[in-house]
Design a protein around this ligand. Structure first.
Ligand code: ADP
Ligand code: MG
Length: 135
């Protein structure tokens, strides 16, 4: 079964810093995801804490929020067949060391915290995350 979905993608500070924006966007396009919206923003630590609040009890939460607010990021709405899962597959595992060959995190990720991209993990969370940046 296929269905057209939208999902939120973020190109994180480590990838923007290394000028990977165009490469990552082209990778999505080549893999049949459309980029419906895109903007470059810099968020505050408070905004990052709100965005990542599901992780607030994790030991890495503070570093994660510091990191996402440390420099410009590009936030995008991707759309296509099963876009949520598709984007997760294109990104690869959270830890670049465990990510499969040919995935974004394998190609560009530096470490588990500097893993270059974010993607929504469910249709429900995609709606919440898209609203967070584009409402
Ligand atoms: P994903 O981004 O693959 O959905 P999670 O939602 O589990 O992964 O975690 C959100 C982000 O928090 C990850 O992308 C990563 O940057 C960071 N993170 C996750 N686990 C760890 C960890 N053990 N140590 C440091 N940072 C982590
Ligand atoms: Mg996640």
């Amino acid at each position: 079964m296929s269905s057209i979905e939208e999902t939120l993608s973020i190109i994180k500070p480590d990838a923007i810093e290394r000028n990977l924006e165009e490469k990552i966007k082209n990778f999505f396009l080549k893999n049949n995801l459309k980029i419906l919206k895109s903007k470059k923003v810099k968020i505050t630590k408070d905004e990052a804490s709100e965005f990542y609040k599901v992780h607030q009890t994790k030991p890495f939460f503070n570093d994660l929020c510091e990191y996402l607010s440390s420099g410009p990021i590009v936030v995008m709405v991707l759309a296509g067949d099963n876009a949520v899962l598709k984007n997760r597959e294109l990104m690869g595992a959270t830890d670049p060391k465990k990510a499969e060959e040919g995935t974004l995190r394998k190609m560009y990720g530096i470490s588990i915290d500097k893993n270059s991209v974010h993607g929504s993990d469910s249709v429900e969370n995609a709606k919440i995350e898209i609203d967070f940046f584009f409402k």
